[in-house]
Design a protein around this ligand. Structure first.
Ligand SMILES: Cc1cc2nc3c(=O)[nH]c(=O)nc-3n(C[C@H](O)[C@H](O)[C@H](O)COP(=O)(O)OP(=O)(O)OC[C@H]3O[C@@H](n4cnc5c(N)ncnc54)[C@H](O)[C@@H]3O)c2cc1C
Length: 441
């Protein structure tokens, strides 16, 4: 089942030329196109399905610095400011609020880990408060249980996954950019190795710059261009309940279950990190690189079925530019909800938070989280194809850093001072296979 999502108009005509073409209308693609358009560039965004319809509408909406990898933290901090500024600059509403995020735990080990992260975060100016037992129990009073401790990160927040990508797409249109839905990019054209155009199902757009923000489809697209980008998708499921629960925190994480207030007053319920891995040929190809991650997460990841194989996003096949591609056969990745995880999520959430008993189940959906082997996205220009910029593999935390990622992409394209150090993100760290073979790009 698709997640709730606002609609956006499609521009009437695909242009013959553009300063930049962004492929993929998730949160990363729309923010990249927005910041490029703000710099006066003629921008075209092509989306094979609907704006925001894959991961970017299916997530919890957390925009967090808390517990971020050190490489991503600067981008997370900048993104929080950009979320706020976007509303003022564009007049569009993404539902972003700095409501703070609450983490509660009864595990000494987990609390010690959060305290270590707090010590590190202080060194880079990020505020987060460790809570002692009394404070945690008070903040977590909706659970009616005592807690050993917790964390409250007051500068973090949430945005509304149903509104965010569409709001940014509308802002692109206001700036004179064009947005084309049901328009898959099939590939690119080059001359002397340099990018000269993007081939879509509705025609070719001449351009010197293309940004691939294709989420779970990025690796198979890159493969057509001879670019090695290891990616694996994890199927993650969510339950949404109706409004009616009073006194719950806006965003609460516990090891058992996490809850997030949605813009409609209902709540999203999920178990952090829990998911299924649906085997595909691409996963087999990259499995040596993903093995350490899967081993580390063996308790929370379970093998899935063949639907990843059938969806086509992780195909190893080569496709032609003059015939329909797997992207046109699967306009919107809408994987099956994991019923066993949903039952567990429901019972854990209703046990943890008695006020949820006043709600009813409104919806359930799943999304494919596109991961890289080190859990950090690949963002950067591919040296072997000048003009081609990759931005994918956001590994389950790309919604919150969407604005910062989009800004960085625009900086790379225009040669401006980058908003954050781009080096930790460059996809060339994935050039070497597990067997030591180094790809050409
Ligand atoms: C259940 C779940 C919970 C999550 N919770 C959070 C959270 O709380 N906080 C957080 O920060 N992150 C969270 N995430 C992760 C976050 O949603 C993603 O990291 C983020 O949305 C990725 O954005 P994206 O633009 O890279 O990809 P997507 O949103 O997947 O967008 C990619 C788009 O590209 C399009 N596309 C692909 N190929 C082509 C092509 N060739 N031509 C045209 N279009 C193409 C696709 O149709 C798609 O719309 C969660 C994810 C899931 C699934």
């Amino acid at each position: 089942m698709p997640a709730p999502l606002k609609l956006v108009d499609t521009s009437p005509e695909l242009p013959e030329a553009a300063d930049a073409v962004v492929i993929g209308g998730g949160i990363v693609g729309v923010f990249a196109a927005y910041y490029l358009a703000r710099r006066g560039m003629k921008v075209t965004l092509v989306e094979k399905g609907r704006i925001g319809a894959e991961q970017s509408s299916r997530n919890w909406g957390w925009c967090r610095q808390q517990n971020r990898d050190a490489r991503e933290l600067p981008m997370a901090t900048k993104s929080l400011d950009l979320w706020e500024r976007f509303a003022a600059e564009s007049g569009e509403d993404t539902g972003f609020r700095r409501c703070g995020l609450l983490y509660l735990s009864n595990s000494e080990e987990e609390l010690a880990g959060w305290a270590r992260w707090r010590d590190f975060a202080r060194t880079v100016g990020v505020t987060t408060h460790m809570l002692d037992s009394a404070q945690a129990t008070e903040r977590g009073r909706a659970t009616g249980k005592p807690w050993k401790g917790g964390v409250f990160s007051p500068t973090d927040g949430t945005a509304d996954p149903a509104s965010a990508a569409p709001a940014v797409a509308r802002a692109i249109l206001k700036l004179g950019g064009t947005v084309h839905q049901s328009c898959a990019a099939r590939g690119i054209e080059t001359e002397g190795g340099r990018l000269t155009g993007v081939v879509t199902e509705h025609g070719t757009i001449r351009t010197k710059t293309a940004v691939l923000a294709g989420g779970a489809w990025a690796s198979s697209f890159c493969r057509q261009l001879g670019i090695r980008f290891p990616q694996a998708a994890v199927r993650s499921s969510i339950l949404a309940v109706s409004p009616g629960a009073i006194g719950l925190p806006d965003a609460l994480h516990t090891a058992a279950v996490s809850v997030t207030r949605r813009a409609d007053g209902g709540y999203t319920l999920a178990i952090s990190g829990r998911g299924r891995v649906d085997p595909t040929p691409q996963q087999l190809r990259f499995s040596p690189q993903f093995l350490p991650m899967f081993v580390k997460r063996w308790r929370s990841l379970a093998p899935g079925g063949l639907e990843g194989f059938r969806s086509g996003h992780e195909t190893l096949a080569r496709w032609r530019l003059d015939a329909p591609t797997p992207m046109e056969r699967m306009r919107i990745l809408d994987p099956a909800v994991d019923k066993a995880i949903m039952r567990l999520t429901h019972s854990r959430a209703f046990d943890l938070l008695p006020p949820l008993k006043n709600t009813s189940i409104a919806a359930a959906w799943a999304g494919y989280i596109d991961s890289t082997p080190d859990g950090v996205p690949g963002i950067g220009e591919i040296a072997a194809v000048p003009g081609f910029i990759l931005a994918a593999g956001f590994s389950g935390h790309g919604f919150g850093i969407g604005p910062g990622a989009g800004h960085l992409i625009a900086d790379i394209v225009t040669g401006n001072e980058p908003i954050v150090d781009p080096r930790p993100y460059h996809p060339n760290r994935f050039r070497k296979s597990a067997w030591g073979k180094v790809a050409d790009f």
